[in-house]
Design a protein around this ligand. Structure first.
Ligand SMILES: O=C(O)CCC(=O)C(=O)O
Length: 403
């Protein structure tokens, strides 16, 4: 999720990725080998496609994240495995990440400015009830407060996408992060049952997640419409109609209180492989966004403050491609603190599986031409799982004028 394609954490990647291979964009090789009838499962079609799941399973199986799962509550000292070189230069607090009220008559201009300069903004006036955000946060708390042995019953398998575990990007770093996650793709009942055998307990979790997903899904569709309009696309533009459906993943994150927060990392700097991500960062701040060097100063981290009831929206790699680089997929990370258990919920919004993501023809400058090759989401996820923040750069093509 990185417009500049370099690591900004001082801890480097453990894997030196070879140059990403060229994908054969003319054919989707996965589709030729899959017997669809044996995979018909409405719950997973509702989110990520079977093709995507299989492609990802293959990559994940080839690079398992081998870690010992910590019982964060019982640790009095930061273990060496989790001690990062001092990286936490104080974040700037004086540069406010844009906060946009969706009812503002000027909303499109505000979105354009935020997407071009920050790649991230907070929204208010979004009509998601605060009570739903509160309940979702308390369900996160209930899940992550379980004893570690209970959480491990829903451990994400090495080749799987759903379940409990450490951040997937852990395999790219030689230090571990002070966080745990729970990934939800499609229906989460099976995993919830493993965590809470009693129906009353898992039903409560599943119902909250379903309600949250449904409400954030329709908000995200509204945001897609606003962002397309902010780029100058008209309602009838053909480009736009392909995005009426979507795939989604919900990621619950937990950052327990940490005995040495200045040397720990909650979630290392990354960009999102999505079109858009809508994040609820609960009542405890911890999200930071990278500002690139500009007239206000050199490259710097800026804190995204937690605002009661607000949601954070960030542009993902795929929207950077769609907008031909005009809207920025921005590096962000999460830090931890000594006293508070922080939770966040990311709704990762991707395109329908069969859509090839390419710069939108309606907004292309004929003098510049497309700056990215087209890619379908499953291929992009595989590229990202293998090459992390070099993935987006590997799709970049020369500007016309340079040729
Ligand atoms: O917890 C946060 O504030 C950031 C979460 C995030 O970046 C992610 O889930 O990809």
């Amino acid at each position: 999720m990185c417009p500049t394609h370099s690591f900004f954490c001082q801890v480097g990647p453990t894997k030196k990725s070879p140059k990403p291979p060229a994908i054969d964009y003319k054919k989707n090789t996965h589709t030729q080998t899959i017997d669809f009838d044996s995979f018909i499962d409405n719950s997973s079609f509702a989110s990520l496609s079977v093709i995507t799941m299989i492609a990802l399973s293959e990559v994940y199986a080839s690079q398992p994240v081998n870690v010992r799962h910590l019982d964060f509550n019982s640790i009095g000292e930061l273990p060496e495995t989790h001690a990062w070189p001092r990286h936490l230069d104080r974040p700037r607090l004086d540069e406010p990440v844009p906060v946009i009220d969706l009812r503002d008559p000027n909303v499109l201009a505000l979105i354009t400015h935020a997407c071009e300069t920050w790649g991230m903004f907070q929204i208010t006036g979004h009509d998601i009830p605060i009570s739903l955000l509160d309940v979702a946060e308390s369900e996160c708390c209930r899940l992550f407060s379980l004893p570690v042995d209970d959480k491990l019953k829903a451990l994400r398998p090495p080749d799987g996408v759903s379940g409990y575990g450490v951040a997937r990007i852990s395999s790219f770093f030689n230090k571990l992060m002070w966080s745990e996650g729970f990934t939800i793709v499609g229906d989460t009942t099976d995993n919830a049952r493993k965590l809470w055998p009693h129906p009353h307990d898992h039903r409560r979790f599943c119902e909250t997640i379903e309600e949250y997903k449904e409400q954030i899904r329709s908000l995200t569709m509204r945001l897609m419409t606003l962002i397309f309009s902010s780029l100058g696309l008209r309602d009838e533009d053909e480009d736009r109609s392909s995005y009426k459906e979507a795939s989604s993943v919900v990621q619950l994150n937990s950052y327990p209180p940490c005995p040495d927060p200045d040397r720990a990392m909650g979630l290392a700097a990354h960009t999102d492989s999505s079109l858009l991500t809508v994040l609820y960062q609960s009542s405890t701040s911890g999200l930071q966004v990278l500002r690139v060097s500009d007239e206000n100063g050199p490259e710097r981290w800026v804190e995204v403050p937690s605002l009661r009831g607000a949601l954070v929206v960030n542009i993902g790699d795929l929207f950077q491609i769609l907008s031909n680089g005009r809207y920025r997929s921005v590096l962000h990370r999460a830090v931890v603190n000594r006293t508070k258990h922080r939770f966040s919920i990311a709704y990762i919004h991707g395109p329908p599986a069969h859509i090839k993501i390419s710069p939108l023809t309606a907004i292309l400058d004929p003098l510049i031409g497309p700056l990215y090759r087209g890619v379908i989401w499953s291929d992009y996820l595989v590229l990202k799982a293998n090459h992390f923040n070099e993935a987006l750069g590997s799709l970049r093509v020369e500007e016309k004028e340079d040729k």
